[in-house]
Design a protein around this ligand. Sequence first.
Ligand code: NAD
Length: 252
Amino acid sequence: ASIPRVALVTGTSSGIGEAVVRHFCAQGHQVLAVDFNPAGKAVAEQAGAAFFKADLTDGEACKAAVAEAIKRFGRVDILVNNAGIQHVSPIEEFPEAKWRQIIDLMLTAPFLLAQAVWPSMRENGWGRIVNIASVHAQVASPGKAAYISAKHGMIGLTKTAALEGGSQGITANAICPAYVKTPLVDGQIADQAKMHGMEEQEVIEQIMLKNAAIKRLIEPAEVAELVGYLASDLAGAVTGASWNIDLGWTAQ
Ligand code: NAD
């Protein structure tokens, strides 16, 4: 069993973030779940976590979330940057406001949160930053300029945090999943089915799993398990790395 830690997890009302909150609570960690969706409160409390409502596209809200964790639990040991959204549109038509929203949420918020938790981790000589990136932090697909740019940027942030944290007991790693069975992907399956006039199962098999060696979607719990490892004591030698859970997508 691991030592109980204090974790701040973002994007926790559903999907991967919810699975990470459950995993940490089951390990006995104290967890602050942060999301802008008020439905996240019931999800968090059911898992045994505290909830803080914040729209992370707002820098002040990012700082307030960390202040809340420190007020409640006295420190932050683990930061999981998970909140994310998608918008599909060719570059030529991509709305500037959507671009800015995605960069704010998926690149600037992880930076501001890391900055805000840093003093606590440094003082304790122990910290774990786990960034939920994507296979789209490694390779691109058409139509996802903002998401792919944010996720590639997240790898740069992860590597920089790893170098700066090395002497302070702070590690930083990124996880790069292919398609995980979550509401975010359910929405994309439905949209693509409509767009291409296909059955949803065909979209999964012919579009989402086209590059996959293993032909199935990933479960949120499979991602949470790796988060748990990277946040553990035994992962203290692991930093600055990108961990693919991509069904073999990037092996080719
Ligand atoms: P999801 O839609 O189930 O969860 C995303 C969460 O982020 C939700 O709880 C949502 O309320 C929250 N959120 C969105 N905007 C927010 C904001 N402005 N402020 C605060 N919270 C906000 O999606 P998911 O699939 O679990 O995605 C989680 C992360 O995993 C994302 O960063 C996503 O890019 C990444 N990811 C997902 C997949 C996948 O296939 N599902 C693959 C690779 C990476």
